[in-house]
Design a protein around this ligand. Structure first.
Ligand SMILES: *Cc1c(COP(=O)(O)O)cnc(C)c1O
Length: 483
C-alpha cells in the first residue's frame, strides 16, 4: 500500500506537459535583470520527470489514503469538522472573484467590497456586536488582534497597568498563547465541580490589573456557562473586558449572541463554522467583532458605504494598524457569505439546533456504557473519560482512538480538556444523519466490549493505515520532512 514519491516514479524524458513553441526573439532574456551568482543554481534542479497519467494516479491514490469529511465521519471535538456545501466552493472558484487584485481601483471591485461589507453586517448581527475586521487569517490570529485592541484601548484611557488576562483551565491552548504574545500575564481560573467557571476563584483573581477574561461559551466540555451574566457583571465592575472565543459557534449561531451575554470582543473561525474546510493548515479566517467602544481601535482600512458606493477608509485615529495582507483570505470570506445567504437566519438556527440535538443523541446512546463526567445534557460536544477502562484493562484513550481509525472513523480529539482524564471529545456536528450517528455509536459500544475481551489487540491499532502507530512525540519533536 506504500505510495512511492513522484521522484521515485521519475524516468528521464517523461513529460506531463508540452509548452507551445517559443515565439520571442532569441536572447530576449538578456534584457532581464540577472540573479546574483550566489543565488543561481550550478546544476539543474532534480525534478521528477513523469507522464500526466503517473501524476494523476499518484495524487488520486494519495487522496484515497486521506480521511476527510467527504469520505467519512470526523467527530473532532472543539474543532468543528462539519460538511461544507460544494456550492460555496463552486462560487469561490469563479473567475470574477479569483482574478481580481486588491490594489485595483475600488470602482472596479464594488462587488467584492459589497461581499465584505455585507458579511461584516451579517457577522455583527450573528454575534450581537457593532462592527469588526475581516483581516485575521486564523482563530489564533483573531485572538491576537482582539487582545491587541483591548491593550490599545486601556493604554488610550491611561490604564496601561492592566496587564493580566484571565483564562479558565479548560480553554483552548491558543488563548494563553495569544495573551502572552501581546505581552500580557496569563492567570488561570479554576473550574468548579460542574465544569463551569469557579466564581469564587474568578472573584479572587479579578483586580485593577485585569484587562480581560477570555471565555468560550459553550465551553470545551460542551457546557453552557449559565452564570454568564453574573460573570459579565463581575468582570465589568472591575473595569475589565470580556473576550469571547467563538471558534466554534455551531452551538448557538442564530439562537443567542455573545453581545447579549455581555462580551465586548468576539473572534469567529469562518473555517470551522462558516463553510470553509479546515485542517492541514489551509487558508482560514478569524474575523474579530467588537462593541462600539472598541470600534475606533479596529485594524485599518475599514469599508464604508456612501452614495458613491463602497470605499476603503484609512483615517482611523486609534486603529491598531494592519494585521494582515489586504483583507485576509478573501475567498474564505466569500464562502462564509454564500453560506449565510443560502442558509438564511432560520437555516443558521436550524444548523445550531441539529448540532446540539446530534451531540445529545450520541451522548444519550453512549452514556449507559461510557463515563461522561461533566453534564447530563450538552451543547454541540461532550467529553468521555476512559479512565475506568485504562485502570481495569490498560486500554488508553490513545489506544481507543487508534482502534477507531481501523473502523473507518477519524478519532475524536484526545486528552483535551485536561480536566478530564483519558479524554475523548466528540462533536458530531449538524451534518450527520441519524443512521451515521447510530453506526458510530454501535462502533464505539462494540469497541468498548472488545477492549474488555481483548485489550492487547488495541496496542496494535491502527492496522489498516499505510503506517502503523507512530511515536507521536518523536514526530512532533524531530519532524523529518525531507526526502
Ligand atoms: C480552533 C480553535 C481555536 C484556534 O483557531 P485556529 O484557526 O486553529 O488558530 C481557538 N479556540 C478554539 C475554542 C478552537 O476550537
Amino acid at each position: 500500500m506504500k505510495e512511492p514519491l513522484l521522484i521515485d516514479l521519475s524516468k528521464p524524458g517523461r513529460k506531463a506537459f508540452c509548452f507551445p513553441q517559443l515565439d520571442l526573439p532569441r536572447g530576449f532574456d538578456q534584457a532581464l535583470p540577472s540573479l546574483p551568482a550566489a543565488l543561481s543554481r550550478t546544476k539543474p534542479a532534480r525534478l521528477p520527470e513523469v507522464a500526466e497519467l503517473d501524476v494523476v494516479r499518484h495524487f488520486t491514490r494519495l487522496s484515497n489514503l486521506v480521511h476527510g469529511v467527504d469520505n467519512g465521519m470526523y467527530p473532532l471535538g472543539s474543532c468543528t469538522m462539519k460538511y461544507n456545501p460544494k456550492l460555496s466552493e463552486h462560487i469561490a472558484k469563479m473567475e470574477a472573484f479569483t482574478q481580481v487584485h486588491p490594489l485595483q481601483d475600488t470602482a472596479t471591485v464594488q462587488g467584492c467590497l459589497s461581499v465584505m461589507y455585507n458579511l461584516l453586517e451579517d457577522l455583527s448581527s450573528i454575534t450581537g456586536m457593532a462592527w469588526g475586521t475581516l483581516q485575521p487569517c486564523a482563530g489564533a490570529h483573531g485572538e491576537y488582534t482582539g487582545l491587541k485592541m483591548i491593550r490599545s484601548y486601556f493604554q488610550s484611557k491611561g490604564e496601561g497597568e492592566r496587564n493580566k488576562i484571565l483564562i479558565p483551565i479548560s480553554a483552548h491552548g491558543t488563548n494563553p498563547a495569544s495573551a502572552a504574545l501581546n505581552g500580557f500575564e496569563v492567570v488561570n481560573i479554576a473550574s468548579n465541580a460542574d465544569g463551569m467557571v469557579d466564581l469564587a476563584d474568578l472573584e479572587s483573581k479579578l483586580d485593577e490589573h485585569t484587562a480581560a477574561l477570555m471565555l468560550t461559551n459553550p465551553n470545551t466540555l460542551g457546557l453552557f456557562e449559565k452564570q454568564i451574566l453574573l460573570i459579565s457583571n463581575l468582570v465589568h465592575r472591575k473595569g475589565a473586558m470580556l473576550y469571547y472565543d467563538g471558534a466554534n459557534l455551531n452551538a448557538i449561531m442564530g439562537m443567542a449572541t455573545p453581545g447579549d451575554m455581555g462580551f465586548d470582543v468576539v473572534h469567529l473561525n469562518l473555517h470551522k463554522t462558516f463553510s470553509t474546510p479546515h485542517g492541514g493548515g489551509g487558508p482560514g479566517s478569524g474575523p474579530v467583532m467588537v462593541k462600539e467602544k472598541l470600534r475606533p481601535f479596529l485594524p485599518k482600512p475599514d469599508i464604508e458605504l456612501s452614495d458613491s458606493g463602497y470605499a476603503y477608509r484609512w483615517d482611523l485615529e486609534h486603529s491598531i494598524g494592519k494585521v494582515s495582507f489586504f483583507w485576509g483570505n478573501f475567498l474564505v470570506l466569500l464562502r462564509a457569505y454564500v453560506y449565510i445567504l443560502r442558509m438564511g437566519s432560520e437555516g443558521l438556527r436550524a444548523a445550531s439546533r441539529h448540532a446540539v440535538l446530534n451531540a445529545n443523541y450520541l451522548a444519550a446512546r453512549l452514556s449507559p456504557a461510557f463515563t461522561i463526567p461533566y453534564g447530563k445534557r450538552c451543547m454541540h460536544e461532550f467529553v468521555i473519560s476512559l479512565e475506568d477502562l485504562k485502570q481495569a484493562y490498560g486500554v488508553t484513550a490513545l489506544d481507543f482512538a487508534k482502534a477507531l481509525i481501523d473502523e473507518g472513523y477519524h478519532p475524536p480529539t484526545m486528552y483535551f480538556p485536561s480536566l478530564v482524564s483519558e479524554a475523548l471529545m466528540i462533536e458530531p456536528t449538524e451534518s450527520e444523519s441519524l443512521e451515521t450517528l447510530d453506526a458510530f455509536a454501535d462502533t464505539l459500544l462494540a469497541l468498548l466490549e472488545r477492549a474488555k475481551q481483548d485489550p492487547a489487540s488495541f496496542k496494535l491499532a491502527p492496522r489498516t493505515t499505510v503506517v502503523g502507530r507512530l511515536d507521536e512525540v518523536k514526530a512532533v519533536k524531530e519532524p523529518n520532512l525531507r526526502y
